[in-house]
Design a binder for this molecule. Structure first.
Ligand code: NAD
Ligand code: DAU
Length: 342
């Protein structure tokens, strides 16, 4: 695998994957295809060697461009997406265009040139789970976490378009013999995450003298994984995964939002209750939890960043040290949230 295309490689998780491949797989050349929407940033790739990484600014919905690039590639790793639930509730159309039509264009090009395809998706396609305290097995029993066998039941326009894109991949594998794999990962954290998302929003709120904002009561649980662990898992699936298979990626990092916010406040030397409750997200998923045994048992993958408290401290340091990266966007992001009382 010498030449890979990484779509969305200038976004949060895609750029961390590009850094991971550059650092760990010196034989690989990466072509990043990224539209540079509000969520993409060239700076995320700054300093990477130009003989290893090329950025093509373009749209995955552009069939001609996609065809030209895929023709010469050994594999496509597809991260590009509209990725934020709250935006999808305000304006679903770009989600349908990029997440469904964009995936379709990539699948057709990979089919035409018989190119290996890996589809990066989300645990949100499965909908949500009851809270641990409301389950007979206390959250660890059979059926109490997501597996590759869990039925699809997405809640938001974002997660339904991701679910639709996963289903396209499954059909292209079965009907056209596409050499594809799918991964569904839980919530990532780490450097380069857009400040619209929960963790960086709260960190940059505190750094800007704004009160952190908790949706509803903050009981909703997310299964946090460091983005570098997501990258290593995707690499294992791309290179060793069985064609046609779905792998769930998670690192046993369940925390509710209130706990995460209190941890951020403690790490930033703020009083534990220095935040405000704001309007809850409509259709807000209650709990995500990943059973990643298939990935461990079949591919031997294990996460390296298992101490969430330490990972959060490093992430806080990154946002504190990189104010120039996020400050220009802060006012507009907060103005947009405040329109919805958030
Ligand atoms: P992001 O919003 O930070 O980045 C998305 C990138 O895609 C941006 O660089 C953007 O410019 C690019 N892009 C958007 N539309 C495009 C188009 N039409 N053509 C080309 N490029 C386009 O997203 P992220 O959080 O890094 O998520 C990346 C992928 O991982 C998504 O597919 C998402 O569904 C999936 N995922 C995210 C998480 C998470 O916690 N953030 C968890 C599991 C899976
Ligand atoms: O599970 C994987 C998914 O994780 C990915 O597919 C998505 O692309 C990614 O954005 C993320 O989705 P969430 O909706 O879980 O992430 P978000 O950061 O938007 O919110 C995390 C939780 O925090 C969620 O329960 C809503 C809550 N929240 C969010 C914001 C922005 C708050 O309480 N306050 C906030 O200000």
């Amino acid at each position: 695998m010498k030449n890979i295309i990484v779509t969305g490689g200038a976004g949060f998780i895609g750029s961390n994957f590009v850094h991971y491949v550059v650092d760990n797989h010196p034989e690989v050349h990466i072509t990043v295809l990224d539209k540079l929407t509000y969520a993409g940033n060239k700076e995320n790739l700054a300093g990477l060697p130009s003989d290893r990484v090329e950025l093509i600014v373009g749209d995955i919905v552009d069939a001609e461009l996609v065809d030209r690039l895929v023709k010469d590639a050994d594999a496509v790793v597809h991260y590009a997406a509209e990725s934020h639930n709250d935006n999808s509730l305000n304006d679903p159309l770009p989600f349908v265009e990029t997440n469904i039509m964009g995936t379709y264009m990539l699948l057709e090009a990979c089919r035409k040139y018989d190119v290996r395809y890996h589809h990066v998706s989300t645990d949100e396609v499965y909908g949500d789970l009851p809270l641990r305290e409301d389950l007979p097995g206390n959250g660890d029993g059979p059926g109490e976490k997501f597996t590759a066998e869990t039925s699809y039941n997405p809640s938001s326009p974002y997660s339904s378009t991701k679910a639709g894109s996963d289903l396209l991949v499954k059909a292209w594998v079965r009907s056209f013999g596409l050499k594809a794999t799918i991964s569904n990962c839980s919530n990532n954290y780490g450097p380069y995450q857009h400040i619209e998302k929960f963790i960086p929003r709260q960190i940059t709120n505190i750094l800007s003298g704004i009160q952190p904002k908790l949706y509803g009561e903050g009981k909703n649980v997310r299964d946090w994984i460091h983005t570098n662990d997501h990258s290593s898992a995707v690499w294992e699936i791309l290179t060793k995964g069985r064609i046609g298979e779905t792998y769930l990626i998670g690192a046993d990092g369940e925390e509710n939002n209130k706990q995460v916010l209190e941890m951020i406040l403690e790490l930033m030397n703020q009083p534990k209750d220095a935040y405000e409750h704001v309007t809850d997200r409509v259709g807000h998923d209650l709990r995500y939890a990943i059973d990643s045994r298939k990935l461990h048992e079949e591919l031997g993958w294990t996460p390296q960043y298992t101490n969430f408290h330490d990972g959060l401290a490093d992430t806080i340091k990154w946002y504190t040290d990189n104010k120039d990266w996020w400050l220009p966007e802060k006012e507009a992001v907060e103005a947009s949230y405040s329109k919805n009382g958030q």
